[in-house]
Design a protein around this ligand. Structure first.
Ligand code: AMP
Ligand code: TRP
Length: 333
């Protein structure tokens, strides 16, 4: 049986970028892949690499769990759990810190970007974050890790760490493969289409939240920045705005960009945006309905308990093996 692992941080609310780049793939893979066990978690330990308000964080953790299910993850097929409820993530994270080099951490572009945005009080965990991510993956011997483009470098590092550890201590970890969506691996900001759509953007018009009001969502699409030319065509360099909207359209309708471009030949940006606004709204509205029904339902706790139990079983066994390989503690006689 193969294993698939992925997670999302409960910082802020989830965006359309998270949906297209990550959750939509989880749902598709859950229905396509056979003989694969799924571990999808809420990466709350990752959230505290930057300051969080504790009430907001607690709410966000449950919120991500409810959204996972509302977006179509089937708790019968997928182990859904909260990262911090499995202490082995942090344990193995430390072992990974003791496998990785400081230079490797300092080279991570996400770290460099985030460090620039903060002047002081940069937490040590922001630097070591990729070692925890590696632990999240290697703990379960994941074969496949579906993620957006922005996580590619972290996944490469994870592969290097697995190989280094295996070489140092003997074969212990599966070296995982990343899985990136064909379209939509990097959804861009609606205000500045050269940047990624991020929930931590200062401008709310830059992103669509899965829990934004439907009217707000439609308006954000309609007012998305595009160029002054009038033809709808895919050209990331010259027409980044319209190309981003084409990507969203293609991803949500499972059509090729080429066929959409053909469909809109001679039509205006306004028409295209109005149609896309409806498509996005029609995707998100049912998710919101299911979310509202779930968020206060105790069944959510049952789902997270069940996921924790299964994840914990595997994680505990794996850590015993890792400690043994490294020579930590005592061997039970
Ligand atoms: P995060 O919100 O940073 O925890 O990201 C969770 C998942 O969503 C990761 O797999 C990211 O690669 C993916 N993701 C986040 N933002 C985007 C985006 N703008 N486009 C595509 N994927 C994204
Ligand atoms: N670092 C990822 C992000 O910010 C979230 C994450 C944490 C993750 N651990 C993971 C994704 C393990 C895949 C596998 O997007």
């Amino acid at each position: 049986m193969k294993r698939l692992v992925s997670g999302i941080q409960p910082t802020g609310q989830l965006t359309l970028g998270n949906y297209i780049g990550a959750i939509k793939q989880f749902v598709a893979l859950q229905n396509e892949l056979e003989e694969t066990e799924f571990f999808i978690f809420i990466a709350d330990l990752h959230a505290i690499t930057t300051p969080q308000d504790k009430t907001t964080l607690r709410k966000a953790i449950k919120g991500v769990a409810a959204l996972y299910v509302a977006c179509g993850l089937d708790p019968e097929k997928v182990n859904l759990f909260i990262q911090s409820e499995i202490p082995e993530h942090a344990n193995l994270g430390y072992i990974m810190e003791s496998t990785a080099y400081v230079g490797e951490m300092e080279r991570m572009t996400q770290y460099k970007d985030k460090r620039l945005k903060q002047s002081d009080g940069i937490r040590t965990s922001l630097l070591t974050y990729p070692t925890l991510m590696a632990a999240d993956i290697l703990l379960y011997d994941a074969d496949i890790v579906p993620i957006g483009d922005d996580q590619k470098q972290h996944l490469e590092l994870t592969r290097n760490l697995a190989e280094r550890f295996n070489h140092l201590y003997g074969n212990t970890f599966v070296v995982p493969e990343g899985f990136y969506p064909k379209t939509g691996a990097r959804i861009k900001s609606l205000v500045d289409p050269t940047k990624k759509m991020s929930k931590s953007d200062d401008n709310q018009k830059a992103y669509i939240l899965l829990l934004d009001e439907i009217n707000v969502i439609k308006n954000k699409i309609k007012s998305a920045v595009t160029d002054s030319d009038r033809t709808i065509r895919y050209d990331v360099k010259e027409k980044a705005g319209i190309s981003n909207l084409l990507t969203i359209y293609a991803s949500l309708t499972d059509q090729s960009i080429k066929s959409i471009v053909k469909q809109y030949e001679g039509k205006s940006y306004a028409e295209f945006k109005a149609d896309l606004a409806d498509i996005v709204a029609d995707t998100i509205e049912p998710i919101q309905k299911r979310y509202q029904a779930l968020i206060h339902d105790p069944v959510l706790d049952d789902i997270l308990d069940k996921g924790r139990q299964r994840a914990s079983e595997i994680a505990r066994k794996k850590m015993v093996k890792v400690y043994k390989r490294v020579g930590l503690g005592r061997i039970k006689s």
